[in-house]
Design a protein around this ligand. Structure first.
Ligand code: NAP
Length: 248
């Protein structure tokens, strides 16, 4: 039997990139999947169609991760539709890169609210049904920038380091309810987010990645599936760097 047969998963930012791959990979393992997205309705629809074609249920929620109250509404809708919530993946994220001296308050607020505050809001809303069920998995998509820092990403690295803090704290708070909380810290993954890098930046990257290549979104999704599945039943509070060997 697939490892996530009939589990209910919610992936924030599931319309594109890593979130899209995570949603599809969870469905491949038997889960029914809800996704959120900000504005890419047609991309979200394609993901939902792909999941339904696998015989799994899927639901899409247009919801701005920066709005605190939205998280509760989405979780309520998912629980109403599917009856429970087993796996929450806090994936929605953006970059607004620039050097500190040029970074505006808006750049800071947008990135912190989208990447970090949303994980607080969704975890707060999502852990309630999990507590009632006495089981659940929360998986936060951090970044190696939150582990080792990255010039030009003060806001982003702070948000991703914050996610590691949330992961370890909730792992301790929720362990007694059998809710496991872990993080994945990807390196450089082929998505719209990294497409903006210029050829010089891409060449510089190759010099710091021992495996000498960027990741496919599926290579992050497979680790998320592991953290959602019984195979990781004794893991909580961990940060798995999936980065071709950059952080070691
Ligand atoms: P992406 O291709 O740009 O996709 C971002 C996703 O997040 C989209 O589904 C987008 O929805 C959603 N999103 C953005 N802002 C949102 C908001 N305000 N409300 C709701 N949804 C929102 O990015 P990605 O590369 O897949 O990144 C996914 C996660 O992995 C992020 O947390 C990112 O920080 C992390 N990560 C990425 C890399 C990398 O190299 N790509 C490395 C480390 C960590 P719309 O489609 O509607 O815009």
């Amino acid at each position: 039997m697939p490892s996530l047969q009939d589990k209910i998963a919610l992936v924030t930012g599931g319309s594109r990139g890593i979130g899209r791959s995570i949603a599809i990979a969870l469905a491949d393992e038997g889960a029914h999947v809800a996704i959120t997205y900000r504005s890419a309705a047609s991309s979200a629809e394609e993901v939902l169609k792909t999941i339904r074609a696998k015989g799994r249920k899927a639901s899409g929620h247009q919801s701005d991760a920066r709005q605190f109250d939205e998280a509760q509404k989405v979780v309520d809708a998912v629980v109403k539709e599917f009856g429970r919530l087993d796996v929450l993946v806090n994936n929605a994220g953006i970059t607004k890169d620039t050097l500190l001296m040029r970074m505006t308050e808006q750049d800071w607020d947008d990135v912190i609210d989208t990447n970090l505050k949303s994980a607080f809001a969704f975890s707060k809303a999502g852990c309630r049904p999990m507590m009632g069920q006495r089981e659940g998995r929360i998986i936060n998509i951090s970044s190696i920038a939150g582990v080792i820092g990255n010039a030009g990403q003060t806001n982003y690295a702070a948000s991703k380091a914050g996610l590691i803090g949330i992961t370890k704290t909730l792992a301790k708070e929720l362990a007694s309810r059998n809710i496991q909380v872990n993080a994945v810290a990807p390196g450089f993954v082929d998505t719209d987010m990294t497409e903006k890098l210029n050829p010089q930046q891409k060449e510089a990257l190759m010099n710091i990645i021992p495996l000498k290549r960027t990741a496919k979104p599926e290579e992050i999704a497979s680790v998320v599936v592991f953290l959602a599945s019984p195979a990781s039943s004794y893991m909580t509070g961990q940060v798995l760097c999936v980065d071709g060997g950059i952080v070691m």
